[in-house]
Design a protein around this ligand. Structure first.
Ligand code: FAD
Length: 334
């Protein structure tokens, strides 16, 4: 269904967005073909896809010629003997619910991650012990011209929070391996994962989840595992290093820990805040703008870089910003 002049904020988890001049709500494969044909006929070069909007910061200072939104109605799940075929608009919450009930082993590990399966393969969404591509056999998509393209997992070579799906394709279907799982154990694991999220994440406020990717382990930054200096202690280079302590290297070097150690937990720009509960989450306390969020991200990155020599990379996908706006998120000196 084609709509015009649509406010995008309600379609993103952080509730920030500009306006879509054309907004195609895709409820079926046929709708998706129509949307791409519409794009092709008008020669619209700049467009983007919205899944659940759980990992997006959309610049609200501008409008967008075309947004293709995958609706939850584009959401069939088909069970085959050794695989599960999932349409791209299926939300992970439903996939996990159905999967736990049916005993599709592994699917419970995605419990509590917001968004659609389409977004999950683009992002290779997951938790430290599990990622979407642990289950994916194949991804089917349409390219910008509406032609079907197919990618096997081995070809994509997905990495940390990146499924390596080529740009300008729209994922239409994801084929998952069907493994036998113990339903009771899966249900318990899913519940535990959701409880942990409620405990650690600021779920009462709109956000887009982790703002920055967790940086490489300490060895990559020249700090042998388990031998970091205590927080606040100056290194010979004049920088402080975070303590690699009881939590283990990953914990001490997690983006949220670094931001917190840089003293920025709770920092605000307008109504955007580095959450007091989890410093790697930017939360919208009311009327935050994309610029507020961008400024906070730049502040966090500069301060962590200056103090610890670690240059954080955004995990959130940022849409509609000028290269000059994003420059400070790429530079490697404060
Ligand atoms: C509270 C909270 C907790 C979170 N926790 C986690 C977590 O534990 N682990 C984790 O990995 N992530 C987490 N996230 C981030 C988010 O849930 C994931 O990145 C999720 O996979 C995004 O899916 P989405 O459908 O919302 O994608 P969107 O945010 O809509 O889009 C993300 C990217 O994928 C593209 N895209 C989406 N659908 C398609 C499609 N069908 N075809 C082509 N491109 C597409 C978009 O253009 C964009 O570039 C969290 C987010 C929130 C708000």
């Amino acid at each position: 269904m084609l709509k015009s002049d649509v406010d995008l904020a309600p379609y993103t988890y952080i509730r920030i967005g500009g306006r879509a001049e054309a907004f195609w709500e895709v409820r079926s494969r046929t709708d998706l073909e129509s949307a791409l044909e519409w794009r092709r006929q008008r020669g619209v070069a700049e467009w983007f896809v919205l899944g659940g909007g759980a990992n997006l910061l959309v610049n609200d200072e501008r409008s967008y010629a075309l947004v293709i939104k995958l609706d939850r109605a584009f959401g069939a799940i088909r069970e085959e003997p050794d695989r599960i075929v999932v349409e791209a608009g299926v939300y992970l919450s439903r996939l996990v619910r159905d999967g736990v009930a049916a005993g599709w082993g592994g699917i419970e590990q995605l419990a509590g991650i917001p968004g659609t399966i389409g977004g999950a393969v683009v992002m290779n969404a997951g938790i430290p012990a599990f990622e979407t591509f642990d289950l994916v056999l194949e991804v089917r998509a349409l390219d910008a011209e509406g032609r079907e393209v197919c990618f096997r997992t081995e070809e994509l070579r997905p990495g940390y929070r990146n499924g390596n799906i080529p740009p300008d394709v729209v994922v239409s279907e994801v084929i998952l391996a069907r493994r036998a799982g113990d339903r009771a154990a899966m249900a318990t694991a899913a519940r535990r994962l959701k409880d942990e999220r409620r405990e650690k994440q600021p779920l009462q406020h709109p956000s887009f989840g982790s703002t920055f990717r967790n940086p490489d382990p300490p060895a990559a930054h020249g700090v042998p595992e388990g031998h970091g200096s205590p927080a606040g202690q100056a290194t010979p280079a004049g920088r402080e290093r975070p303590r690699v302590g009881e939590q283990g290297a990953a914990g001490a070097w997690a983006a949220g820990t670094l931001i917190e150690r840089a003293g920025l937990k709770g920092a605000r720009r307008g109504d955007a805040q580095l959450s007091e509960k989890h410093a790697n989450f930017v939360v919208n306390l009311g009327r935050a703008s994309a610029r507020d969020v961008l400024e906070l991200m730049i502040l966090a990155r500069r301060e962590v870089g200056r103090r610890f020599g670690v240059w954080l990379e955004p995990e959130v996908r940022m849409v509609g910003f000028r290269p000059a706006d994003l420059e400070p998120l790429l530079e490697r000196a404060a």
